[in-house]
Design a protein. Structure first.
Length: 318
């Protein structure tokens, strides 16, 4: 893998296309990335799904013939009032954190509405003001000002997919997909599934999301993929441990990683994590100004590993 290409792409993405939230930002990015995929030998096109869905995915390859999909979402979200904490292997901590944040927002809306209505001696004002404040905070989290730093989430996934495109020769059985609107309830993945229902229900999807910050690389097959011994063997072989980077194939137990792979029954979710004793694996700094880490060694490792994995997996499917 050409590390100079990875470095150049990384610099360009973070400098020119670091935010991909508005329609114009997304369109500019799509034009650029389709050009880069073409240079790597992949014919790419944009696929739209109408104004109601609003998504535009970038597809390189034939989605109706492919048996293996490598995907990553390219949109970025708004800055949240609190970090978007994700711990894929500690579901209880994940749920508790988000429940605590929700309760804190409700409490803040309550006390602010009380602080306004009580001095005015207008108790009838408290409920409508509380509802306005609570809904306003929710709206800010979903549709507020764009987060300006998105190195790990998910510029890292885009960079990994570009590196794979350069490393892996074009193959009619492989399709690369950059998915839109992950931040809007996975609308891009849902639209892709409806448009290409046959492949979406039977092919394997490997989703690269937040793969740039952390020395622990989690490979999480879906419940319907865990029975596939050939798949698990190919993953074990294609993703060997390296100095400074440790892959973990998690084919048992409960994991939760909220991303586009959840729309497809046969999938492997891939993310990079840090580790904290007592908590387990976690993804740091999502949707905050501190999301600035994108390790090039992670990207190089993923490109090499996926280039090994694809022919192994497809050979076993013959």
């Amino acid at each position: 893998m050409n590390m100079e290409s990875i470095s150049a792409w990384r610099e360009y993405l973070l400098t020119i296309h670091g935010v991909r939230k508005s329609a114009g930002e997304k369109e500019s990015f799509r034009v650029w990335v389709m050009g880069e995929l073409k240079k790597a030998g992949w014919k790419a096109h944009a696929e739209s799904y109408g104004k109601w869905n609003g998504s535009v995915n970038v597809i390189a390859g034939d989605p109706d013939k492919a048996e293996l999909f490598l995907c990553a979402h390219y949109d970025t979200g708004s800055r949240m009032l609190a970090p978007d904490f994700v711990s894929p292997t500690n579901v209880a901590a994940h749920v508790l954190y988000h429940l605590t944040i929700a309760l804190a927002l409700v409490a803040a809306a309550f006390f602010l509405s009380l602080a306004v209505s009580f001095p005015l001696d207008m108790p009838e004002l408290m409920l409508p003001l509380f509802l306005i404040l609570a809904l306003g905070m929710l709206w800010l989290s979903a549709f507020g000002p764009a987060n300006r730093e998105n190195a790990n989430g998910n510029t890292s996934g885009i960079l990994a997919l570009l590196a794979v495109a350069q490393k892996l020769p074009r193959n009619s059985r492989v399709c690369l997909v950059l998915l839109d609107n992950n931040q809007r309830n996975l609308l891009g993945a849902a639209a892709f599934k409806r448009r290409h229902a046959g492949a979406a229900d039977s092919a394997l999807f490997i989703n690269l999301d937040c793969v740039g910050d952390g020395e622990h690389l989690l490979l999480m097959p879906s419940k319907r993929s865990r029975w596939d011994e050939a798949l698990l063997e190919a993953l074990e072989t294609a993703f060997p441990p390296e100095e400074g980077l440790r892959p973990h194939l998690l084919a048992q137990g409960l994991q939760y990683c909220p991303s586009d792979h959840r729309r497809f029954p046969f999938h492997v979710a891939v993310c990079a994590c840090r580790y904290l004793a007592g908590l387990g694996y976690y993804i740091p700094h999502l949707r905050t100004r501190r999301d600035t880490v994108l390790r090039e060694e992670n990207i190089r490792y993923l490109a090499d590993s996926l280039a090994r994995f694809a022919p192994m997996y497809l050979k076993n499917r013959k």
